[in-house]
Design a protein around this ligand. Structure first.
Ligand code: PMP
Length: 398
């Protein structure tokens, strides 16, 4: 794996698309593609075998883990466990909770951070960041036994940044731990466990400019080492006896990484992390905010499309905007944008049904009809992409 970062490393691979759906899956960047290509001629099985291919692969896999630990600001003793994606990472943590743990979670979460928890206390999506902190504090104060606060870093619906640092402080003040769903935060902002004061973070490679199939759960080792293995099998077991249940499980990340590891996924994700570590994140941030401003200004002239928000119109957000289209079917609008203008956006409920229901004023299961129309930016987004959307929207909404 080449970690010598080039300026073109964050260039998106594949031209000619007006892709405004980065929040679903981001295109691959050069660093990730190069990392995969570099390993194609030499890969072998990780942690299995002594041949040169296996040795190289084991070395690269563990190097990828170390790079990602650095990218996420892991503390000494923290673990980085490779998973398939964020959903997998959060389910792994859910299965590793000490018995009796209560998880406090807001209704504004993506289903991946709403549904896995065995003993959840669900709070309504708050109206302001301060309300989020106050509500979390009240809920945690009333709990006994181990507790976890599970919170998104940035909403996949509104792009709004949640007050993770303040939430971590209030959680710790009540003896609880915090996991950050960084699926949407990591592609847009640095995610540092120490700076956030968070205990765990989960993310997906495919939203972070790497190909599919690799994600990460990083954070405190004790719960993970004490838990039953997430995937029982080879790699997770250190020694297996002749009778049922006579198994000594691994400690460390291997405990939860049963089966042959996804080397190319891990290495390509690490390559992106290395490139982002070297990048001027302030410049990337400014560029994205300019795109958001351009979209917002342009939308003022588009009748029938209003940006939705949980924390209010001025809330700080990453490059994700959802639009309410009263009286319209967002899917039909998205289909026309694709068919007639070659523009990719997302329509629907974005695996966040309670939140979209609230934002659309609908109620009950199956409420909120077609949901919202979501526009999301990433490293390859240009002002021309935004202008194409702004030119097409009035036509498809007329
Ligand atoms: N959390 C958030 C905030 C997301 O946006 C997503 C993906 N839409 C997920 C979790 C789940 O990610 P994945 O499908 O890669 O597991």
């Amino acid at each position: 794996m080449s970690l010598a970062v080039q300026t073109a490393d964050l260039d998106v691979v594949g031209a000619g698309f007006v892709h405004l759906d980065y929040a679903a899956t981001a295109p691959c960047v050069r660093a990730a593609a190069d990392a995969v290509n570099a390993l194609l001629p030499s890969y072998g099985s990780v942690h299995r075998g002594t041949g040169p291919r296996s040795r190289t692969s084991t070395l690269e896999y563990e190097r990828a883990r170390a790079v990602i630990a650095g990218f996420l600001g892991c503390r000494p003793g923290d673990q980085v466990v490779f998973t398939r994606n964020t959903t997998d990472a959060l389910n792994l943590l859910a299965r590793a909770l000490p018995p009796g743990t209560t998880t406090v979670v807001f209704d504004g979460e993506h289903h991946a951070n709403l549904l896995p928890w065995p003993n959840p206390v669900r709070l309504p999506a708050p109206a302001t960041p301060a309300e989020a902190v106050a509500a979390a504090g009240r809920a945690l104060a009333g709990l006994r036994g181990p507790a976890l606060l599970a919170v998104t870093g940035a909403s996949n619906v509104t792009g709004e940044l949640w007050p993770v640092r303040a939430l971590a402080e209030v959680a710790h003040a009540h003896g609880a731990r915090v996991v950050v769903d960084a699926a949407q935060l990591a592609p847009h902002r640095p995610v540092d466990l120490r700076e956030l004061g968070a205990d765990y973070v989960a993310l997906s490679g495919h939203k972070l400019y790497a190909p599919f199939g690799a994600g990460v759960l990083a954070g405190r080792a004790d719960w993970l080492d004490a838990a039953p293995p997430y995937l029982a099998g080879g790699g997770a077991s250190a020694a297996v006896g002749d009778s049922t249940g006579d198994v000594r499980w691994q400690t460390g990340p291997a405990r939860h990484e049963g089966g042959t590891p996804n080397l190319l996924g891990a290495v390509s994700l690490a390559a992106v992390c290395a490139a982002l570590t070297e990048a001027d994140r302030d410049e990337l941030h400014d560029r994205e905010q300019q795109l958001l401003t351009r979209l917002r200004h342009g939308l003022r002239d588009v009748r029938g499309a209003a940006e939705v928000s949980v924390f209010g119109p001025r809330s700080e957000r990453v490059g994700i905007v959802s639009l309410a289209l009263p009286g319209r079917d967002p899917s039909a609008v998205a289909t026309r944008l694709a068919d007639e203008f070659g523009i990719g956006v997302r329509a629907g409920l974005f695996c966040a049904h309670p939140l979209v229901r609230r934002l659309t004023g609908a109620s009950g299961h199956g409420g909120c009809a077609g949901g919202l129309l979501r526009v999301s930016f990433g490293l390859g987004t240009t002002p021309a992409d935004v202008d194409s959307l702004l030119a097409a929207l009035p036509v498809v909404l007329s």
